[in-house]
Design a binder for this molecule. Structure first.
Ligand code: HEC
Ligand code: HEC
Ligand code: HEC
Ligand code: HEC
Length: 268
């Protein structure tokens, strides 16, 4: 994916270093609500480390069963109550197990384990395959249901781990000409590292045809209704966990003013 440049640009002007002032919304994850380290703005923080990535990623020894890159957290076990169990008469898509990047988000947002449980703690000899807390005295499970702590009952949340557009995309019809639900924008697609990837283009940030972090990212899974590679909507389809610049709610891929998040996918 391509990232836009962070703010806080440093420039030399007449021999004086000027640093652009940060607005209250951070450009990156440091200092954001996803920063649980010292100086962070998460609901619970530690003074034990000022590292920020460590609460989610590790450079070595990550959990490769997680579908989030270099994932440093224990995946929660569930079970989850699914949106489909509401049995709305209009739902077309089939669900895959709660997984992919969504289970990574739920490793904090379902409130079932302390948010500082990681596989590889900061510093030397920090590895523990069973996971261990970085600072049990200061950080526990996420608080505040039903949001931001979603719990394990996902019936009251937008469906996740759900087929895009009611299904109909496959590697043999990668351009999704036969989306079952015509009320959805046809996604873009590309073969990347041998994997068919799909995303929904948005006009934000130049709106090129490439996959960008300001597009609605769909996640390719093979454990869904057709057991073939097909695109799914997950938490990070709508959210970018690193970007706090889009407000009033942090970590949106694009602003939802005019409901443009919803309208990126739904033709309504
Ligand atoms: C609160 C959890 C969290 C924190 C903290 C976090 N990340 Fe991530 N990161 C994720 C998740 C979840 C994904 C997968 C999201 C996706 O599919 O776009 C991800 C994806 C990535 C990716 C690959 C996605 C891409 O589009 O490039 C990179 C690189 C990355 N993170 C780097 C970092 C770095 C560096 C830090 C620290 C400055 C950091 N992350 C902090 C949760 C986090
Ligand atoms: C990344 C694409 C995407 C985005 C963005 C998106 N949705 Fe959805 N939405 C879906 C998919 C896929 C389904 C499952 C539809 C189906 O299978 O019938 C769905 C389902 C729904 C449903 C339930 C439909 C039913 O029949 O029970 C509602 C309501 C809904 N979305 C509203 C919204 C709203 C409101 C927003 C903006 C906050 C939004 N969606 C953003 C893809 C998206
Ligand atoms: C390491 C734990 C952790 C992980 C993993 C995590 N989050 Fe969070 N998230 C938090 C905390 C802590 C907050 C702050 C909650 C609050 O508002 O008090 C938060 C807040 C948020 C918010 C609300 C921001 C606001 O403005 O109120 C969104 C949206 C969010 N997270 C999405 C995600 C998504 C999507 C993922 C996965 C891609 C994810 N988070 C993974 C800990 C985590
Ligand atoms: C289809 C799009 C979509 C999906 C999928 C989605 N969200 Fe959201 N989420 C949103 C939107 C839009 C908002 C902002 C709502 C608002 O303005 O109150 C939001 C808000 C949030 C908030 C902040 C709520 C608040 O008011 O402080 C959290 C936390 C959050 N999402 C976490 C998640 C997690 C975790 C997942 C996956 C289990 C997820 N989201 C899946 C669209 C989505």
């Amino acid at each position: 994916m391509r990232w836009v440049a962070a703010s806080g640009t440093v420039a030399w002007v007449g021999g004086v270093v000027l640093t652009a002032a940060f607005v209250s919304a951070q450009a990156g994850v440091k200092g954001s609500k996803h920063d649980l380290g010292a100086g962070g703005n998460a609901q619970q923080t530690t003074t034990v480390t000022s590292e920020v990535c460590v609460f989610c990623h590790t450079p070595h020894g990550s959990d490769t069963t997680a579908n989030a890159p270099l994932w440093n957290k224990k995946l929660p076990a569930g079970p989850y109550q699914r949106y489909s169990s509401l049995q709305t008469s209009t739902l077309d898509g089939g669900e895959a197990p709660v997984g992919s990047v969504s289970i990574a988000c739920l490793s904090c947002h379902d409130g079932t384990q302390a948010m500082d449980v990681v596989i590889n703690k900061p510093g030397q000899l920090g590895y523990n395959a069973n996971g261990a807390e970085i600072d049990p005295g200061s950080i526990g499970a996420m608080e505040g249901g039903p949001i931001p702590m979603l719990g394990t009952d996902l019936r009251n949340d937008h469906p996740i781990s759900i087929q895009y557009g009611g299904g109909g995309c496959s590697t043999s019809d990668a351009s999704c000409a036969n989306l079952r639900d015509k009320d959805f924008v046809v996604p873009a697609t590309s073969l990347i590292n041998g994997v068919q990837q799909w995303w929904v283009n948005t006009p934000v940030a130049g709106g090129t045809a490439n996959r960008e972090k300001t597009d609605m990212i769909l996640y390719t899974r093979s454990d869904g209704p057709t057991s073939g590679p097909e695109p799914f909507v997950e938490c990070a389809s709508c959210h970018d966990p690193h970007n706090e610049t889009v407000q009033p709610v942090s970590f949106m891929r694009i602003s939802n003013s005019g409901s443009q998040v919803c309208l990126a996918c739904h033709i309504k």
